[in-house]
Design a protein. Structure first.
Length: 235
């Protein structure tokens, strides 16, 4: 995503070679089926994820940076499966409600000035935050539609979780015993989400194996250090 400053720099360096211009304006950190992921996209993705986790930018580690790039690659792979770029996008009203939920979870988020100051401290605006959230929820909606119909949790598995996991945890932590009928729907949903996570891991693994992904950065699950070195030599 090019910013105004990037565009101004681009105009300036047109007087030099095109290679030097590309280096100044932005850099490609990865390609997914020949579609580039720019350093500016990566940087903003890191800041967005830090914001959503309420982790200060000075606490962001190298591993966080790599994980953010992996998320960008996986999101690009999943969006390619949708075909239509508008498919499963959340409505403006749903997006507004989600932003309100985020505001309710941060200190002084209900105060406009404090909210804007917090966003600015991460290099975000409310517009850019909404765009990131729109993309996140679009992918989540797509995953939900594709995977949930394939999940079936047997009743006996729900009962086993209640007796073998929930009740021992409540006893260990001094919690009151709850009736099975009261918690069965929540247990079913928990186990459903676990199954969907497992299916998503397999799906993403297969998509990565089938895709043409290149990056000089070593990304777990996508390229090994040796592959990264080879990619560096080929560029």
């Amino acid at each position: 995503m090019k910013r105004v400053l990037h565009f101004a720099l681009f105009c300036l360096v047109l007087l030099t070679t095109s290679a030097f211009a590309a280096e100044v304006v932005d850099g490609v950190v990865a390609t997914v089926n020949r579609q580039p992921i720019l350093r500016s996209d990566w940087d903003e993705g890191v800041r967005f994820e830090a914001f959503m986790q309420q982790k200060s930018l000075d606490q962001v580690t190298d591993s966080d940076h790599v994980l953010a790039l992996q998320h960008l690659i996986d999101r690009q792979l999943l969006k390619a499966q949708m075909g239509n770029a508008e498919y499963m996008q959340p409505s403006d009203e749903a997006l507004r409600q989600d932003v309100d939920k985020v505001r309710a979870q941060v200190p002084n988020g209900h105060e406009d000035q404090a909210w804007q100051h917090l966003l600015a401290s991460y290099g975000l605006t409310e517009a850019s935050l909404k765009e990131h959230m729109r993309g996140e929820f679009q992918v989540m909606n797509f995953i939900e539609v594709r995977l949930r119909p394939n999940v079936h949790v047997p009743d006996e598995e729900i009962e086993a979780y209640y007796h073998n996991q929930l009740l021992p945890d409540l006893s260990k932590n001094g919690g009151a015993v709850v009736a099975f009928t009261d918690v069965a729907p929540r247990i079913r949903e928990l186990l459903t989400q676990q199954r969907m996570d497992e299916m998503l891991d397999v799906w993403l693994h297969n998509l990565r194996q089938q895709a043409d992904i290149h990056s000089d950065i070593s990304i777990p699950g996508i390229n090994a250090p040796a592959e990264a070195a080879g990619a560096s030599g080929s560029h």
